[in-house]
Write a protein that binds this ligand. Structure first.
Ligand code: EPU
Length: 341
């Protein structure tokens, strides 16, 4: 049975720690509770919003509708073959805890994604990625409830239309389906993926030549702790912008003007630029404005030490984007989404 609460303070439910009040709020600890919550918002004719770990969502000061927090917990092995274990985790499982428990149990593939804040249910929405691995590389299927009919569906990797920080849940299925669980395809063999320069460097520092999956996870954790602020102490939502992907000709022209500019190969002969580098070149690294601060070790992260509201954060982001546009003629796209968007 769900409990609908009124005027609930959401500050502790978002890692940016913006002050926000939900007109209505409920937890859903099972598929049936989620259906109940969706039905309630239909009968009350109120908008419904889904909030996971709140690590990639920006909240408005007032959320006029029902905020549903999927808290479907637990994970289990649902199948296996010679090389692979299929592990299904509930949408409310804390991502990092899940990653570490998989390593402990000998299910490999998630190591590079250690310490990413948030819950399992949100991971497919933006196809989380770090240190050379994306969620889609270990994804098998997911289960979701249709907001209107309450029907439970299963989606394959293809149907999720994963892209760089993108999926069908940011497009066609936005506000239409709520993810209830995700099934991963994990390797029984301790295979590791060590291609990302920062990760290679970190392992070399500790003289690890053939790292185990646990050592890879530990190296990722060390790199993240050094560069990225821990949301518990300095509120933030990770990378605030996506790395822009531009056409090859334009990338070449930029490279001619700025030989130090990092550029990476992307799909369809395009090039991905490092937004953090562009922002730093515009002088924003470590700078404060509107009560908000650009992180001093990674310019792609906006922090909210004074716990001010979302308007200030968006103003700072707009100033940064305007400067990058002016200097490089590159448009930055915001990464965390506004709940009301
Ligand atoms: N750089 C700068 N100045 C900065 C930040 C970065 O010059 O202030 C340069 C770095 O020196 C490097 C390049 O930019 O040459 C890329 O930096 P980094 O390796 O730190 O990665 P990123 O592109 O800034 C992306 C993801 C992160 C992920 C890391 C590691 C996006 C939007 N961000 O950051 O994801 O952890 O790679 O794989 O793709 C997140 O999505 O919230 C997130 C933290």
């Amino acid at each position: 049975m769900i409990q609908i609460l009124e005027n609930v303070d959401l500050q502790r439910y978002n890692t940016m720690a913006v002050p926000s009040v939900a007109r209505f709020f409920c937890r859903a600890t099972s598929v049936s509770e989620l259906r109940e919550a969706l039905a309630w918002s239909q009968t009350q004719h109120t908008a419904q919003y889904v909030l996971g770990g709140g690590s990639n969502t920006l909240l408005d000061a007032e959320v006029n509708g029902l905020v549903i927090r999927p808290e479907i917990s637990g994970w289990e092995v649902v199948g296996e073959d010679k090389d692979v274990v299929y592990v299904c985790a509930g949408a409310g499982v804390v991502w990092h805890t899940f990653v570490m428990e998989c390593i402990e149990n000998g299910y490999f593939g998630l190591e590079n994604l250690a310490l990413i804040p948030g819950h399992v249910g949100a991971a497919p929405i933006q196809n989380i990625g770090a240190y050379g691995v994306e969620l889609k590389d270990v994804f098998h299927t997911l289960q979701a409830v249709n907001c209107e009919s309450g029907e439970l569906i299963e989606l394959s990797k293809l149907q999720c239309e994963f892209g760089y920080r993108d999926s069908v849940f940011k497009g066609r299925y936005k506000n239409k389906q709520v993810i209830t669980s995700v099934t991963f395809s994990l390797s029984k063999a301790p295979r590791v993926s060590v291609q990302y320069p920062a990760l290679i460097e970190e392992l070399a520092k500790s003289n690890v030549l053939t790292p185990t999956p646990r050592q890879v996870a530990e190296a990722v954790i060390r790199v993240r702790r050094r560069k990225l602020p821990a949301p518990e102490t300095i509120p933030n939502a990770g990378s605030f912008f996506k790395n822009p992907v531009v056409c090859e000709d334009f990338a070449l022209r930029l490279k001619a003007e700025y030989p130090q500019m990092p550029q990476y190969d992307a799909a369809n002969k395009r090039k991905k630029l490092a937004a953090g580098w562009l922002i730093e070149q515009c002088g924003w690294k470590g700078r404060k404005a509107f009560g908000v601060k650009v992180h001093d070790k990674q310019a792609l992260v906006i922090t909210n030490p004074n716990r001010v509201d979302v308007g200030n954060i968006l103003e700072l982001a707009a100033s940064i984007a305007a400067d990058v546009k002016l200097k490089f003629d590159v448009s930055l796209e915001r990464e965390p989404k506004l709940l009301s968007e």
